[in-house]
Design a protein around this ligand. Structure first.
Ligand code: GTP
Ligand code: MN
Ligand code: MN
Length: 607
């Protein structure tokens, strides 16, 4: 074979002909100066990090206080996922559904060809093989990301099983999802680089039918670490539909009661609504233990025994920093002690990190995420509200010993939740699987900094998958309904709806949340054992006052009424807003869920 003009293109460290051909094709399109195949070694990480420090993208944090850790500040125009620039491109727009942006695939390919032509000029193209899920697990799947960002290559090393092992797992003809990422910032000869290259124009594109990902113009995690939202949710949800499993925006938690009985819980909350916090929960009630299996994504399929098994496809946590403190999530803080990449937090005068909520007072001499001296009087936060950390999951002090078990863990309960200042009780148990799917399909939450919709505004986010479902959500609901028929009802997980965010008339959260959420988990665990009492309400089973362990909590009778009582009038109004949402799915909306809505209205009117 002739020597490629691009340094590092040959020899490739694999005999996977299709992979090599794809890498050559992308290299000739994007025209990088050199190609580097990532092996995932420490030496490789050190070299990429040194280069990023040189360019000003990363800054090494204090080696004693924060060993092996780095700070990055993004371009102020590149701080979150860009839902308006995210596309799902099957041939038929109906297969993308009303909740996704769609573009005609041939036209989109032509556009991408233009955008990617020469987009890596002056840069290194990294070829990043990765495995989502434990290596060797039947639930796991492989991918290869091509990127011209060293920050992305290093972050993929934290967030996935990246490098030689994944490449070896591919063998000579293994199936992989091809994912191409560029910052969209080629460097002309002699042109100086900037610390956070990106492009004003951004395109996050998925071709579900060929299972491909193309990402242009952003260096931000959710847009650029393609193993995560793009693969493990959008593309994987399509694979899961076709193959009879589930790829979900869910944390996975192991809960052990004082009698050593174990329950595994999966929970879907929209972005910035408490998954990472619940996954690392420190129970406030004696005798209960919580351990972490995953904090963002769950891949689940039925085992031979008829139970639903879940793995965490990721190897790291990409969590929201602001609000994380000793009091709210001490396990997260301990996870972040070493080997962590922080993005858009504030920098202290002694080269450590800080964010709103870490301590009560901001330390003197902070540099804010925009690189300016922080002025507390300005009212502007020092850290961006969506500032994130990327840390290895293995460093979490509460990581469950079985977190990498290739078999996965058998799920007992599935929780839904969101930020709801009103109406929604602290916890509700679904009547059965179909009612649970109905609850999941109606999840709504007030906007947060993690997405583009207005902070505080209510939006529907079914199963917390609105930004992540790679196909028509009407079909997605049907898929969930069909999954419930795959096993004996007694072996299926039960569904719960939780809400930590009820506000009182003073505008403050009524429920203390965080470690006290263990009280709700306790009730759920006891329900699963057939031990805890509940009241049957029109919206589901709600705990009796006595069944909920409130020992040591300072809650008034009025607070409890806010948390647990179902207001029929408010819920009648709530129920009346569901049809407009269901109608958007037209004939793709399963009749079963319309029937569930009708049944809810009937229960409300006879209450
Ligand atoms: P993504 O990683 O974007 O998918 O979000 P996430 O669901 O992991 O959200 P995370 O756990 O990072 O929570 C983000 C915000 O929710 C922070 O501001 C937390 O302080 C807040 N939060 C989490 N749990 C609770 C709780 O129990 N009560 C209250 N009041 N706030 C909470
Ligand atoms: Mn998430
Ligand atoms: Mn999270």
């Amino acid at each position: 074979m002739a020597q490629s003009p691009i340094a590092g293109l040959h020899p490739a460290p694999t005999r996977h002909a299709e992979l090599v051909a794809w890498v050559e094709r992308i290299a000739s399109l994007t025209k990088p100066d050199r190609v580097h195949w990532c092996d995932g070694s420490e030496a490789e990480k050190a070299a990429i990090v040194a280069d990023l420090i040189d360019k000003g993208t990363l800054r090494a944090l204090d080696p004693v206080k924060r060993p092996g850790s780095y700070y990055a500040a993004s371009d102020p125009r590149d701080v979150a996922r860009v839902e308006s620039r995210t596309f799902i491109c099957p041939a038929d727009p109906k297969d993308a559904g009303p909740t996704n942006n769609w573009a005609e695939p041939t036209e989109m390919r032509a556009r991408l060809d233009g955008l990617f032509d020469g987009c890596m000029v002056g840069r290194t193209m990294y070829v990043v093989p990765f495995c989502m899920g434990p290596l060797g697990s039947e639930i796991s799947a492989l991918g290869v990301e091509i990127t011209d960002s060293g920050y992305v290559a290093v972050s993929m090393g934290i967030m996935t099983r990246m490098g030689k092992d994944a490449l070896d797992a591919l063998g000579e003809d293994g199936v992989f999802v091809p994912a191409v990422h560029t910052l969209g910032a080629p460097l002309a000869d002699g042109q100086a680089d900037v610390p956070w290259p990106c492009n004003e124009d951004k395109w996050i594109v998925h071709f579900p039918e060929t299972r491909e990902i193309w990402s242009y113009g952003s260096g931000y995690g959710g847009n650029a670490l393609l193993g995560k939202k793009c693969y493990a949710l959008r593309i994987a949800s399509v694979m899961a539909r076709d193959e009879g499993w589930l790829a979900e925006h869910m944390l996975i938690l192991k809960l052990t009661d004082p009698q050593d009985r174990v329950k595994y819980v999966a929970a879907a909350f929209p972005s910035a609504c408490g998954k990472t916090n619940l996954a690392m929960l420190q129970p406030s009630i004696p005798g209960w233990k919580a351990e972490t299996v995953g904090d963002d994504i769950a891949w689940m399929r039925f085992g031979d025994d008829g139970r639903l098994y879940a793995v965490n496809p990721e190897a790291g946590f990409f969590g929201v920093a602001p609000g994380t403190s000793r009091n709210t999530n001490k396990n997260a803080l301990e996870t972040l002690a070493t080997n962590t990449v922080f993005t858009n937090v504030a920098l202290t005068a002694d080269n450590d990190v800080w964010w709103e909520g870490l301590t009560k007072e901001a330390p003197e001499g902070l540099t804010n995420w925009k690189g300016q001296l922080h002025d507390p009087a300005s009212g502007e936060p020092a850290a961006h509200p969506n500032a994130r950390f990327a840390a290895p999951a293995a460093q979490c002090p509460t990581i469950a010993p079985e977190w990498e078990d290739p078999k996965g863990v058998p799920i007992d309960a599935i929780l839904f939740g969101g930020r709801r200042a009103s109406a929604v009780p602290l916890v509700t148990e679904a009547f059965d699987w179909e009612h649970g799917v109905f609850l999941g399909s109606t999840v709504a939450s007030e906007g947060t900094a993690a997405a583009e919709n207005k902070v505080g505004e209510l939006r529907r986010d079914p199963f917390a998958m609105l930004p992540f479902c790679g196909y028509n959500m009407g079909d997605y609901f049907a898929h969930w309904l069909a999954m419930g028929k795959k096993s004996d009802p007694a072996k299926l997980p039960r569904f719960y709806f939780v809400n930590w965010f009820r506000k009182g008339s003073d505008g403050k959260f009524v429920w203390p949340g965080f470690g006290d959420n263990a009280r709700v988990l306790k009730w759920i665990s006891e329900r699963l054992n057939g031990e805890a009492e509940a009241v049957r309400t029109p919206v589901g089973h709600v705990p009796t006052r006595e069944a909920l362990d409130l020992d040591g909590l300072d809650l008034s009778e009025a607070d409890l009424a806010t948390l647990l009582d179902v207001d029929v009038e408010v819920w009648t109004e709530e129920a009346s807003r569901i049809p407009a949402f269901f109608e958007t799915f037209g004939d793709r909306m399963p009749k079963t869920l319309w029937d569930q809505h009708k049944a809810l209205e009937q229960r409300l009117s006879s209450a």
